[in-house]
Every structure is written in structure tokens, then in C-alpha cells.
Design a protein around this ligand. Structure first.
Ligand code: HEC
Length: 150
């Protein structure tokens, strides 16, 4: 019983941390907002990766939470790249985003669709590993095209 309570507390603390990283909508600072969103994606990916590698026990709720964070970010990210936000704020956004906004939006649409698909297919540890492996291929391919290393 004690273990269960501790596990629930850990889950609650984890989601609070993710929420704290995604501030309420502030269109005046799209760079900070999109960086916070991507950080929440990074945090969710960390949790999912540890479960996929067997470094943390598999929990269906945590797996589904990660896919939800991905879908949420995929929906919001494309709205956070106005022409006025190409530089500053320690952004690692590539100029290619504004040269190819249609391709950038399409990459997020694919990420969101893949995350929804992964959520639908994940029912246990085995299905999670396959689904997470597939959806996480989006990270590298998009970063390669639309993000610069600092
Ligand atoms: C369709 C494009 C796209 C996908 C998919 C994507 N990212 Fe990103 N990511 C970006 C862009 C663009 C930035 C640069 C953010 C900025 O500064 O504007 C970024 C930045 C980041 C950052 C750095 C945030 C910071 O502190 O500045 C992390 C961490 C990250 N992504 C993790 C991930 C992970 C993990 C995945 C996959 C689960 C992923 N991303 C999928 C486009 C994407």
C-alpha cells in the first residue's frame, strides 16, 4: 500500500513538473512558449525511454501521458513561429522554418498523427515499445531539417 501511494505521488509530481514547464498562453513571447513546449516533450520522452529500455517499470498511464504531451505540442507548436520570432530568446529554430512553413507544419501534423496512432495501439509493454519507437523517429528527422545546433 505504501509503495502504491509513493508511486501515485511520483506520477502526480511528474505531471506537475511537465505542466509547470508549459506556461499559459503568452503570444508576446512565442520563443519562450515553444521552448517550454519542446522541453515538456523532452521530459515526456525521458520517462518513455526509461520504460522502453526497462530502466523503469512500465506504466500504461505514463505511456499514454507521454503520447498526450506529444499531441498537445504538435497542435500548438506551428502557431508559435511568427515572422518576428526568427532570432533571440536563445532559440535553436532554423531559418528554414520560415522558408518552408508548409513543410514545417506538415512535419508537426505527422508527429501529432503518429502520436495519436501510438496512443491507440499501446495497450501493454510490448505494444508500447513498438509504438514509441515509431513515433520517436519524428524527433530526429524534424530537428535535422528545422533546428540548428547552438
Ligand atoms: C516537427 C518538428 C519537431 C518534432 C517532431 C520534434 N521537435 Fe523538438 N524541436 C523542434 C524545433 C523547431 C525546436 C527548436 C525550438 C525553438 O527554439 O524554437 C525543437 C527543440 C527541442 C528541444 C530543445 C528545447 C529548448 O530548450 O530550447 C528539445 C529537448 C526537443 N526539441 C525534444 C524533442 C523530442 C524528444 C521530440 C520527439 C519526441 C521532438 N523534439 C520532436 C521541432 C521538432
Amino acid at each position: 500500500m505504501k509503495r502504491l501511494v509513493l508511486a501515485c505521488l511520483a506520477v502526480a509530481a511528474g505531471s506537475a513538473a511537465v505542466l509547470a514547464q508549459a506556461p499559459a498562453s503568452s503570444p508576446s513571447d512565442p520563443i519562450a512558449e515553444r521552448k517550454a513546449l519542446m522541453k515538456s516533450v523532452g521530459a515526456a520522452t525521458g520517462v518513455a525511454t526509461r520504460m522502453a529500455r526497462g530502466q523503469a517499470p512500465f506504466e500504461l498511464a505514463k505511456a499514454q501521458e507521454a503520447f498526450k504531451v506529444f499531441q498537445d505540442a504538435a497542435a500548438k507548436m506551428p502557431t508559435l513561429y511568427p515572422e518576428t520570432s526568427k532570432t533571440g530568446g536563445d532559440t535553436s529554430a532554423s531559418p528554414k522554418i520560415w522558408e518552408d512553413m508548409a513543410g514545417f507544419r506538415a512535419a508537426f501534423a505527422k508527429f501529432g498523427a503518429d502520436a495519436a496512432d501510438a496512443a491507440a495501439k499501446t495497450t501493454d509493454e510490448a505494444t508500447f515499445k513498438t509504438a514509441f519507437g515509431q513515433v520517436s523517429q519524428n524527433c530526429g528527422s524534424c530537428h535535422q531539417n528545422y533546428r540548428v545546433s547552438r
